[in-house]
Write a protein that binds this ligand. Structure first.
Ligand SMILES: [Zn+2]
Length: 104
């Protein structure tokens, strides 16, 4: 892992279906992009979000390229399986390394 440092306090609620993300304390009732119910939102790991920011520093938060990369990272890191959905207590971000479903 690179020298990741936290850059945001808020949760990064991310839609598993389309990659839409926003910062905030609570997930939205429905995804404004694909209309998935709020249980489709997960707390996206900030160290993965940091990779997206680095790859697309000139693009907006929910630019198509950023959402696409988010979807790829979620699949690559098994985020949708190892991270709890909205309404549940979230594990620490470091828990991703101990996930048995995380392919080595
Ligand atoms: Zn969505």
């Amino acid at each position: 892992m690179t020298n990741y440092k936290p850059f945001m306090q808020a949760m990064l609620w991310t839609c598993k279906t389309c990659g839409f993300t926003y910062e905030g304390g609570q997930p939205k009732q429905n995804c404004p992009v694909c209309e998935s119910y709020k249980t489709s939102f997960i707390d996206f790991p900030q160290h993965l979000e940091a990779q997206i920011r680095e790859a697309h520093p000139d693009k907006s938060f929910n630019h198509q390229a950023c959402r696409k990369m988010r979807m790829e990272l979620m699949k690559e890191h098994g985020v949708t399986e190892s991270f709890n959905v909205a309404g549940r207590v979230l594990p620490s971000v470091s828990g991703i390394n101990s996930s048995p479903k995380n392919p080595a």
